[in-house]
Ligand binder design. Structure first.
Ligand code: KG4
Ligand code: ZN
Length: 334
């Protein structure tokens, strides 16, 4: 009998469903929510309502594309946290009721762990132990990955996440939400050495990005007093310089951690791992340090249900099923 898993991701503003059979990805469907862009950020109440609208057609399409009937499913997996409580509730209650109706087990998945295990959807795959820099809209973590389901956080952000640093500085420049992908695109046309911004002083392997945001804000306010077209005239250079600073901060601790743990299997994951500057910098540092570097396929960087499905596959093999009474946890830890 094959292990057929339906996986659902609804932690933030994208509804996604994927189907795996014996660890092989058969479908990965995504319904994005456009409604938030006009508000300059995700509006939690609107996000949960959009999930409610999208979840049935998204799951339907994922099963159809995978050519798997719901009667053939072995388990249903879903994101338990971290994330927005209302959004998590939609995926959780949908998955629990569908599993109850089908008489099959449920599997809960930690969203941050899933970002890391996205590396096991396709080849090449890192070998254990490896270090993963997980950088998303809500988290920046340096993780020692000992096995599929055995991970330890070595360092993390004490304030803003790397994705937030992109989004908030992008907002100061007047870019829409999320600004990360646009900063990336404009940075490619700019000079990364045009401007210098503050780098944090944080103990050990932790991160901090709120100082960078403030440094960009004060710099822009000062420049605008002298020239109100300052942003328009320097947009590409500003994006390139901000992006360079964020990458420098991220890479500094990654290099320190790799050295301390004497590990040369190094991966990046999460939405910000889609950033072309970070991808390039990791490759070049890897060459210099003799690391084996692992960069996820672009479609598995930002939120997706395939990463939930692959994590659930390993949990299924371990028989790690959850109770129907389980409730989502917006601050879920490993
Ligand atoms: O992992 P993700 O999809 O959602 C969370 O779990 O938070 O990450 C979303 C974050 C956003 O902050 C977005 O701006 C950022 O990832 N992001 C990028 C790029 N693509 C997405 N940041 C920089 N460059 C990109 N190309
Ligand atoms: Zn994410």
């Amino acid at each position: 009998m094959s292990i057929n898993i339906l996986a659902i991701e609804s932690s933030c503003d994208d509804t996604s469903a994927a189907v795996f059979s014996d660890g092989k990805l058969l479908s990965n469907i995504m319904a994005s929510q456009e409604v938030h862009s006009q508000y300059g950020g995700v509006v939690p109440e609107l996000a949960s309502r959009e999930h409610q609208k999208h979840i049935v057609p998204t799951v339907d399409l994922a099963l159809k594309e995978a050519k798997i009937d719901k009667s053939e499913l072995s388990a249903i997996a879903f994101t338990l946290g971290p994330g927005l409580i209302g959004s998590l509730m939609v995926g959780t209650s949908f998955a629990k009721s569908m599993a109850l109706a089908l008489g099959i087990p449920i599997i809960t998945v930690n969203h941050m762990q899933a970002h890391i295990l996205a590396h096991f959807i396709e080849e090449p795959q890192p070998s254990f132990p490896f270090i993963c820099l997980t950088v998303s809209g809500g988290h920046s973590q340096l993780v020692l990955v000992k096995d599929y389901l055995n991970m330890e956080i070595i360092g993390e952000t004490i304030d803003d996440a790397a994705g937030e640093a992109f989004d908030k500085t992008g907002k100061i420049l007047g870019l829409g939400y999320p600004a990360g992908p646009l900063v990336d695109k404009l940075a490619a046309k700019g000079n990364p050495d045009a401007f210098t911004f503050a780098e944090p002083r944080v103990p050990e392997f932790d991160y901090s990005f709120s100082g960078l945001k403030t440094s960009v804000l004060y710099f822009i306010q000062k420049q605008l007093k002298e020239d109100e077209e300052f942003i328009e005239k320097n947009l590409n250079d500003l994006c390139a310089s901000i992006q360079k600073t964020i990458i420098k901060i991220l890479m500094k601790n990654l290099i320190k951690v790799a050295k301390k743990y004497e590990i040369n299997e190094i991966a990046i994951a999460g939405g910000v791992s889609a950033n072309s500057g970070l991808r390039k910098e990791l490759e070049s540092v890897a060459k210099e340090k003799g690391w084996n570097s692992y960069i996820p396929h672009i479609s598995y960087c930002t939120d997706n249900a395939a990463m939930i499905g692959i994590t659930a596959h390993y949990k299924y093999l371990n028989k790690e099923f959850a109770d129907q009474g389980v409730i989502p946890d917006p601050r879920l830890k490993f």
